[in-house]
Design a protein around this ligand. Structure first.
Ligand SMILES: *[C@@H]1O[C@H](CO)[C@@H](O)[C@H](O)[C@H]1NC(C)=O
Ligand SMILES: *[C@@H]1O[C@H](CO)[C@@H](O)[C@H](O)[C@H]1NC(C)=O
Ligand SMILES: *[C@@H]1O[C@H](CO)[C@@H](O)[C@H](O)[C@H]1NC(C)=O
Ligand SMILES: *[C@@H]1O[C@H](CO)[C@@H](O)[C@H](O)[C@H]1NC(C)=O
Ligand SMILES: *[C@@H]1O[C@H](CO)[C@@H](O)[C@H](O)[C@H]1NC(C)=O
Ligand SMILES: *[C@@H]1O[C@H](CO)[C@@H](O)[C@H](O)[C@H]1NC(C)=O
Ligand SMILES: *[C@@H]1O[C@H](CO)[C@@H](O)[C@H](O)[C@H]1NC(C)=O
Ligand SMILES: *[C@@H]1O[C@H](CO)[C@@H](O)[C@H](O)[C@H]1NC(C)=O
Ligand SMILES: *[C@@H]1O[C@H](CO)[C@@H](O)[C@H](O)[C@H]1NC(C)=O
Ligand SMILES: *[C@@H]1O[C@H](CO)[C@@H](O)[C@H](O)[C@H]1NC(C)=O
Length: 641
């Protein structure tokens, strides 16, 4: 250990890039650790100097990607009830260009906070250097109704959750007795009413969902599926969201379960590392902060093997609509006593878990994600589950979408189409992208070069006309553009088009719904998942229920419903594959490791084709508080529903 540290000091002392003297390398202190004290992590992160070249690089890339962002002008005056997200994006970029920053951290966190507070999980700056460490509090907060009154508590089972994080974590708590806080009633957090503090975290930290009520729900702990396993999300308060390590502790006034005396406790945060191993400051920068082989896009014309296979649907580029939840990277399991015990039926190996409830009448599909490892298997699993339910004589279906962060756009459409039957027709939304000058050049170049849907998202054969005939590759759907205005700003769009998801359906769709559509879907889900639940609502008037939320405040069932998201590397790949990287409008390659993702397509509502579904308020038909029996126990919640 000692020799390793000495060696790493030696390397740092040869580096001219970093100002910190080698003998006090603050990154060496936390090197090799999976968990560390937030103050130590912050010292490492803030030791990296501000660099004007990097600011200009990141800002130029981000501002040119914003040209493609379909909601930019909606933000100038966001319609109610989403008005709190209103933001002059260009004014903020100018502010960030002229602010004096002490460190590279300060610059990146300002950009991170600004994009996070747009509350659009599709449009965010993830600076890997500073999001690779995430705070975890040994006290997951829950929002439950007890004896008819809703309140904020520390989860009674918190010891079961926290011990799953492991002794590397609990050892760092240095004797702090987190066990005795289990079940405590919370009176104030940082001196505020706990619901006011939840509002504050929802406004500043949570991001991801346009609706404030859904963000409040994400502040608290709830169950989910991570990968293919049941898991517990500790909540943005318990993890301080993906903000990194700003806070070292949280001051909470509470009454423990075993006492009736109010006391104030300072609960320590411990930071968890989800990045690439390093030994010192220089290697922290090299492995976690500098651009790597995956940061930027590639010219797909040069990788011959993926070209020209238009007949092979599995090789189309697959559109995604998802959020990034950094808390998933250090996910813990659901304590075994909360994993459903009802008989599980076929099709449950992947991201969908299927059960028959004890009444033998109700089938439950817990759809944890639309982003499985295997696109076709998700479809096969859906068919297997529905057949198993039918064979078992189940007469109604309940779909749980809790914490489903979205995934492949076409799997959302597949599940909708399978449940609604083929007679319903087109299973998606009318869609457009932004007709900015560079986008028009890309489509024109793709046509000239013969680029098709196997290597681009922009080429016309990705889409269909509104009569569901696939567009020919040579069709220019973005020039001429369609006039449109948002908040009095001209916002020309492409022609309106449909998705072509049916080309990637590998299962036969029944003509009629396999179950009467008086199903209940359960909310708090994003992106492709929110598009799915919006289709259920707009096309089938499905009964949708939402659990939780702050008493007296609405909760939408769709957290955030953009449409297709492009990661930075995706839009850069589009530009490079169209041969336009040298265009003066093209964003430069990033010099740092990060992702500026953006919502690239709008889905227009079936209710009003002038409004993106993201900005249309659609409230659930039913709303229930969580209880001690349901907040972390999916089966109890399903039986209640
Ligand atoms: C700033 O970053 C650029 C790009 O990585 C690098 O070439 C330059 O040396 C850095 N400037 C300083 C003062 O470290
Ligand atoms: C604890 O951390 C060390 C590295 O610091 C690692 O080798 C070990 O596997 C970790 N233990 C557990 C249980 O995760
Ligand atoms: C930041 O401001 C400077 C000075 O006005 C300007 O030269 C530069 O282009 C701006 N950077 C970006 C990314 O807009
Ligand atoms: C800039 O963004 C912040 C959120 O980070 C927001 O509070 C502020 O209003 C924005 N500024 C402008 C001019 O819109
Ligand atoms: C709820 O009511 C029961 C019965 O009146 C009581 O024993 C219990 O302490 C109450 N719980 C809380 C948290 O108020
Ligand atoms: C969440 O984490 C699990 C386990 O590491 C992983 O299998 C899964 O792909 C992740 N899901 C997302 C949406 O990132
Ligand atoms: C389609 O692609 C898969 C793998 O990418 C390959 O195994 C299969 O042979 C292809 N089918 C056709 C018809 O080209
Ligand atoms: C449901 O089916 C199981 C197994 O066939 C049976 O044991 C149970 O009694 C049934 N429950 C009801 C409520 O009919
Ligand atoms: C669908 O619409 C396109 C564009 O208007 C048209 O060219 C095509 O002939 C139509 N297809 C059918 C089958 O009507
Ligand atoms: C549809 O939305 C637009 C834009 O908000 C609005 O002006 C129009 O009145 C709406 N139409 C209907 C039928 O509600």
């Amino acid at each position: 250990m000692h020799t390793l540290r000495l060696l790493s000091f030696l390397i740092v002392s040869y580096s001219h890039v970093f100002a910190a003297p080698a003998s006090s390398d603050p990154c060496a202190t936390i090197a090799g650790k999976l968990f560390a004290l937030p103050a130590d992590v912050l010292a490492c992160e803030r030791s990296l100097p501000f660099n004007e070249t990097l600011r200009q690089n990141v800002l130029t890339t981000i501002s040119r990607v914003f040209d493609f962002y379909t909601f930019e002008n909606w933000y100038l005056d966001s319609p109610a009830p989403f008005q709190e997200s209103t933001n002059n994006i260009r004014a903020n970029l100018t502010r960030i260009n002229t602010t004096h920053y002490e460190t590279d951290y300060d610059f990146n966190i300002d950009m991170y906070d600004f994009t996070t507070q747009l509350n659009d999980g599709h449009t965010r700056w993830f600076t890997n250097c500073y999001t690779n460490w995430q705070n975890i509090l040994p006290a997951p907060f829950i929002n439950v109704e007890i004896n008819g009154t809703q309140g904020v508590y520390i989860a009674p089972d918190s010891v079961d959750f926290i011990s799953l994080i492991g002794t590397n974590y609990t050892d760092l708590l240095d004797g702090f007795d987190y066990q005795r806080l289990a079940g405590a009633l919370v009176k104030t957090i940082e001196g505020k009413d706990p619901y006011d503090y939840a509002d504050f975290v929802a406004d500043t930290v949570s991001g991801n969902y346009l609706d404030h009520g859904v963000r409040v729900n994400s502040v608290f702990s709830s169950y989910r599926i991570s990968g293919t396993d049941f898991s517990q999300r500790l909540g943005d308060l318990g993890e301080s969201g993906p903000t990194g390590v700003k806070q070292t502790s949280l001051e909470v006034k509470l009454i423990t379960a075993k006492s009736n005396v109010e006391e104030t406790v300072s609960i320590p945060f411990i930071a968890s590392f989800i990045g690439v191993a390093f030994t010192d400051q220089a290697s922290y920068w090299e492995n976690n902060c500098a651009a790597n082989a995956d940061t930027n896009g590639v010219d797909l014309r040069s990788s011959g093997s993926t070209r020209r296979s238009i007949d092979n649907i599995s090789r189309r580029r697959l559109a995604k609509g998802n959020i990034i939840d950094k808390s998933n990277d250090s996910a813990i399991g659901l304590p075994p006593q909360f994993v459903p015990t009802a008989p599980q039926v076929d099709g449950s190996e992947g991201v969908i878990k299927n059960f028959i409830l004890p009444d033998n009448q109700t089938g439950v599909m817990f759809v944890g994600s639309f982003e499985p490892d295997d696109f076709d298997q998700f479809q096969a699993d859906t068919v297997a589950a529905i057949s198993a339910f039918q064979n078992a004589g189940v007469s109604r279906l309940l779909i749980d979408l809790t914490n489903n962060g979205g995934g492949f756009v076409c799997l959302g459409q597949f599940l909708f189409q399978y449940l609604a039957g083929s007679n319903i027709g087109y299973p998606g939304f009318v869609s457009t992208n932004r007709a900015n000058p560079l986008a028009q050049k890309i489509v024109a170049a793709d046509i000239a070069l013969g680029n098709d849907d196997t290597i681009t998202f922009y080429s016309a054969d990705n889409w269909a006309f509104l009569n569901d005939t696939q567009m020919p590759e040579s069709f220019d759907y973005i020039d001429p553009s369609l006039p449109f205005a948002v908040n009095t700003v001209n916002e020309p769009t492409s022609q309106r088009f449909h998705d072509t998801c049916q080309l990637s359906f590998t299962q036969t769709i029944p003509e009629d719904p396999p179950f009467p559509i008086e199903n209940v879907a359960i909310g708090n889900c994003a992106s492709t998942c929110a598009m799915f639940s919006t289709l259920m609502n707009e096309r089938l008037q499905t009964k949708i229920a939402v659990f939780g939320g702050k008493p007296g405040e609405n909760v939408e069932f769709k957290g955030m419903a953009g449409n297709q998201v492009l990661e930075w590397a995706d839009i850069d790949t589009e530009i490079k594959t169209a041969g336009l990287k040298d265009d003066p409008l093209a964003p430069p390659d990033l010099l740092v490791s990060g992702d500026f993702r953006h919502n690239w397509r709008t889905a227009w509502s079936w209710f009003n084709e002038s409004i993106p579904i993201a900005f249309l308020s659609e409230l659930p038909k039913l709303r229930f508080p969580y209880t001690l029996e349901t907040y972390n126990d999916p089966q109890n919640l399903w039986i209640f529903a």
